[in-house]
Design a binder for this molecule. Structure first.
Ligand SMILES: Cc1cc2nc3c(=O)[nH]c(=O)nc-3n(C[C@H](O)[C@H](O)[C@H](O)COP(=O)(O)OP(=O)(O)OC[C@H]3O[C@@H](n4cnc5c(N)ncnc54)[C@H](O)[C@@H]3O)c2cc1C
Length: 456
């Protein structure tokens, strides 16, 4: 099996590489190897009745398969260089934004038309935030919603499958350099290519580290974000979410001058479990479909933790904290804010009597037994700061789910073309450590595809 280009991973990075390559150079032989399933076969076994919590499937259908980690996400495409990755540092801020807009156009022409685009440009909220020591970051956000995101992915797949060879349930075990290019090993077999694009996302982070080690590609890693997911009545945040949908608000804590930020806001959405390498953490979704909307809004509050020498395993640190919550709660822990400030655990009775109804069946518990004091203090300070721009945020009945961890892949050493020290071997998307979002990962895919087309 000989290909011009082999793409490893069918998340947004891989999909947009395949899309751009097949559009610009229909003559090229392209294949995509994906560890997970086709889109329609991806199904998490948790049904809320027979299976209530994560059973740690061999391949997690939430994280793996066509569409990658983003397939069942809220489909928020943030068009900005302010967050979501550092792609602009490699390819330039203008190019990065241009490609994010291009990705948006493709999404619109594949089922996304009619979905809302929000923007922070000209909002009064910026001033209100600043008056309370909060900073609102600039962005435009296209909100596809989980349902339309799925439609867009379906249309992209139907188009791509005619032009590209897809290998699903096919985990690539190794990548070897050959005289002509690269050899990709899977099971007992292998395939050769001139150019190889690796886009294995967060779920492929450990594998990526191994490949970089074997191929002598340098990496560094020093960051993890740890926090909780907040759930409260949608009304409390409606003046913000109605105007901006998603707002990234940053706060610098009084005590430690740590940065706490809001992340992944889901107006009228639900809180969900997330399984990363067998560890259960929390996340959130929301839907475009009116019938699926809830009365609650949820968002994460994350504290960025940077480490310096000699400690290198920032993700291991985050994993240990998440494991602690799994050990105490069997999964995700939920606590009322009122219980947290009174130094007591939440129990079934208090959660049952709470005015905010939890949208995730998590174990009532005590987050102060899980989160390091410095992180918990930062989160509590941020809740009180947000209470000034959205009164009611610090109500006793506000729910906090823990823990939410944002793991960062180690940063791979790449040049301005996202190419490794080996010519023709590109590493893109979240797996490269350069991106952490749908729009940046997708844009990185288009970028390397254009580069390869130019070269071939
Ligand atoms: C629940 C959830 C909600 C999210 N919501 C948003 C959001 O609203 N907005 C936003 O911007 N971002 C969101 N994100 C993040 C976003 O999904 C990721 O940033 C994005 O998917 C990264 O794309 P990627 O292509 O780099 O990697 P991924 O999407 O992770 O795809 C990588 C693919 O590679 C495959 N793979 C891994 N290793 C191998 C291997 N060895 N061989 C073959 N295949 C392999 C995996 O199975 C996977 O399908 C969310 C993430 C989650 C989990």
């Amino acid at each position: 099996m000989n290909y011009d280009v082999i793409i490893i991973g069918a998340g947004p990075g891989g999909i947009f590489s395949a899309y751009e390559l097949s559009k610009k150079r229909p003559d090229l032989k392209i294949s995509v190897f994906e560890a997970g399933n086709t889109l329609e076969k991806r199904k998490c076994p948790i049904d809320g009745e027979k299976i209530k919590s994560c059973i740690s499937c061999k391949t997690c259908d939430i994280m793996n398969g066509f569409g990658g980690a983003g397939a069942f996400s809220d489909g928020k495409y943030n068009i900005t260089n302010d967050f979501g990755g550092t792609l602009h540092q490699y390819i330039g801020p203008g190019k990065a934004l241009e490609l994010m807009h291009y990705v948006d156009e493709i999404n619109m022409s594949h089922g996304g038309e009619g979905t809302a685009m929000y923007s922070t440009a000209g909002t009064d909220l910026k001033k209100v935030c600043l008056q309370h020591k909060l900073t609102l970051l600039d962005a435009s956000v296209r909100h596809l919603g989980t349902d339309i995101n799925y439609v867009v992915l379906g249309q992209l797949y139907n188009e791509l499958k005619e032009k590209v060879d897809f290998f699903f349930n096919t985990m690539v075990s190794r990548v070897e350099k050959t005289e002509e290019g690269y050899r990709v090993f899977y099971g007992e077999e292998s395939a050769d290519c001139k150019n190889c694009i690796i886009s294995v996302g967060r779920s492929g982070s450990k594998w990526m580290e191994k490949v970089c080690g074997e191929l002598g590609i340098r990496t560094k890693s020093n960051r993890v974000d740890i926090g909780v997911r907040v759930e409260l009545p949608a009304l409390i945040f409606s003046h913000i979410t109605d105007e901006l949908y998603e707002s990234k608000i940053v706060y610098c804590t009084e005590k430690f001058e740590d940065r706490v930020r809001t992340f992944c806001m889901n107006p009228k959405g639900i809180v969900v479990n997330e399984n990363t390498n067998g560890i259960i953490t929390v996340n959130g979704h929301s839907f475009e479909d009116e019938k699926k909307k809830t009365e609650n809004t949820n968002f994460a509050l994350l504290v960025a933790k940077h480490f310096s020498e000699p400690f290198k395993d920032s993700n291991g640190y985050g994993e240990s904290i998440a494991r602690l919550s799994n050990m105490l709660g069997g999964g995700v822990i939920v606590q009322r804010f009122g219980d947290l400030v009174r130094d007591r655990r939440s129990n079934q009775k208090r959660i049952a009597e709470n005015t905010v109804r939890p949208t995730l069946a998590a174990t009532p518990g005590d987050l102060s037994l899980v989160l390091p004091k410095r992180i918990l203090d930062g989160i509590m300070e941020m809740v009180y700061a947000l209470d000034k721009i959205a009164p009611g945020t610090a109500n006793d009945d506000t729910l906090l789910y823990g823990v939410e961890v944002k793991f960062y892949n180690m940063e791979v050493e790449l040049d301005e073309h996202l190419e490794t020290v080996h010519k023709g071997l590109y590493i893109i998307g979240d797996g490269s450590g350069v991106t952490h979002s749908l729009s940046h990962a997708s844009a990185s895919g288009v970028y390397v595809a254009d580069r390869i087309c130019g070269r071939l």
